[in-house]
Ligand binder design. Sequence first.
Ligand code: GLU
Length: 295
Amino acid sequence: MSGTACRGRFAPSPTGPLHFGSLLAAVGSFLDARARHGSWLVRMEDLDPPREMPGAADDILRTLEAFGLHWDGEVMYQSRRHAAYRAALDELERAQHLYPCGCSRREIQAQAVAGKPAIYPGTCRNGLPPGRVARAVRIRVPDIDIHFEDRVQGRTGLNLAEQSGDFILRRADGQFAYHLAVVIDDAAQDITDIVRGADLLDCTAPQIFLQQALGYSTPRYLHLPVVVNAQGEKLSKQTHAPPVSAEHAIATLGRVLQRLGQALPDAGTLDDFWRQAIHNWQVTRIPRSRNVNEH
Ligand code: GLU
């Protein structure tokens, strides 16, 4: 590292209480930062009110504390960051990276190749076709490959034009998009190391592109395997993942460490557990896979 202290973060969306999968992302990012004597920040990604659950943000913070996952500084709330997002959009607009788009999701889906993710075909790229009304704001992407070295998953990346397409920075309902907010906030919080679930692996190349467009540096990435249930589905509110309880914190954290391939601390208090887990943390032991089973 070039003299910069390591800064990691956990960035939950408050759509529900913390479950085993989100706890694993919290623990992975925490240990990775603490093992290098770095800072660990928490950012509440409360960007999408219709998807949020009232009280979930506070509930997540209380649960992190009960598990001994103590963060540095103030929690950042994306709901209070709209001015920064607007300013970045203005900057991208001035540099002519953006265009208004009048297409609906259904129209884009209808043009997609069956079984493939819907890539925006560029209908409004050169101006809104007659009769169209601007709905969302998109960023124009060039036909280039963006690759990066993931600390666990290895070299990965994609072709922006073919596999991402021009992506949305401001949605039709007026909300700022995840890609925009995450890139601006990681830069604002001086994050050097992003540790998150491998379900976000394909988000990384578009995010690196956006970092470059805004003149930010690119952090290091480490994508952890995602916890899946017996049906192979990612644990989430939609798959009815139960909330984690700190009642048996050490046992639950032990299960997390096992999924991360780490040595298990000896019996002791929660403080002892963390001291040993931080000391034992080895990135090379994390399974190099996209998924791990819940049980
Ligand atoms: N808020 C996102 C989530 O809960 C995580 C974003 C990130 O770590 O970049 O899935």
